[in-house]
Design a protein around this ligand. Structure first.
Ligand SMILES: Nc1ncnc2c1ncn2[C@@H]1O[C@H](COP(=O)(O)OP(=O)(O)O)[C@@H](O)[C@H]1O
Ligand SMILES: [Mg+2]
Length: 261
């Protein structure tokens, strides 16, 4: 039985999560739950601890204290590859692509981990390795089309525009076939039309891949228009959590963040 505070809608539970860097508490006793299928926004001033929270969720850095529960399982001590394996994928605030590899190769690398999960089936002979390879290529193409980069499949990633690189990074994360997708400032460096396309695109991939999305973003109209709920961090602490309307009108949020916009 689930306890009264839990719910079968919860996919990720963050419990009193804390991360110190020397004397600095970058993430301070943060607790919240993310529901399956929601687009969950994470906002707050620079240095508030948003990226650190993503680094904790993906196992890139260990927590100083607190817990991370994913689909009812404690993942607090898991390594990054274990967490990726279990279905949490991300993009980075500073884009990380294999710049000298082609667009298509970047996506195939993203799928590699997913394929490994199916290695056992491969050993047993079904599906055959060649069929798997074919389906890998097909899926990579599907993702390329999804992000509108099929014309650019053979060029090296470094030659893409900033907005295209961001879309490629999302496609690579999707290649893992994740349950949760963490996007760290995906609109950064995009022009206004790319930003509005991005909103539509995020809605589309949520629907198509049955995703839960956690989004760090500074562009307030995008966050307010897109997110089901929003959490606000300030100096490592959670200062507000609610639907966009509640957060927009919260005096502490206006003071810490929205006031400067
Ligand atoms: N690896 C690190 N070592 C030391 N300090 C860090 C490290 N990563 C982040 N910080 C500090 O933690 C705080 C939160 O940073 P960050 O999570 O990047 O904020 P945000 O993404 O909200 O802008 C900042 O003061 C930052 O300098
Ligand atoms: Mg950041």
């Amino acid at each position: 039985m689930l306890d009264a505070h839990s719910s079968n809608r919860t996919i990720l539970e963050i419990e009193k999560l804390t991360r110190r860097f020397g004397g600095l508490i970058a993430v301070n006793q943060v607790s919240f739950r993310v529901n399956k299928g929601e687009i969950f926004g994470l906002i707050g001033p620079n240095g508030a601890g948003k990226t650190t929270l993503f680094n904790l969720i993906t196992g890139l850095i260990p927590a100083s204290s607190g817990k991370l529960i994913y689909q009812g399982q404690n993942i607090t001590q898991n390594q990054p590859h274990q967490i990726a394996f279990k279905g949490i994928a991300r993009t980075f605030q500073n884009i990380r692509l294999f710049g000298e590899l082609s667009v298509l190769e970047n996506i195939k690398i993203g799928r590699h981990l997913h394929i490994q999960t199916n290695l056992f089936t491969g050993i047993l002979g079904f599906p055959s390795a060649s069929r798997q390879e074919r389906s890998n290529a097909e899926k990579a193409w599907e993702l390329l089309k999804m992000v509108g980069l099929e014309q650019r499949a053979e060029v090296i990633a470094n030659s893409l525009s900033y907005g295209e690189q961001r879309r490629l990074e999302i496609a690579r994360a999707l290649a893992l076939e994740p349950q949760i997708l963490l996007l760290d400032e995906p609109a950064a460096g995009m022009n206004p039309s790319e930003k509005s396309e991005l909103s539509e695109f995020i809605r589309e991939i949520r629907q198509k891949f049955n995703l839960t999305i956690i989004l760090i973003e500074h562009h307030v109209p995008l966050v307010m228009g897109l997110c089901d709920r929003i959490a606000v961090l300030d100096f490592g602490q959670l200062i507000a959590l609610g639907v966009p309307e509640e957060v927009r009108n919260n005096p502490a949020v206006i003071e810490a963040y929205l006031g400067n916009e």
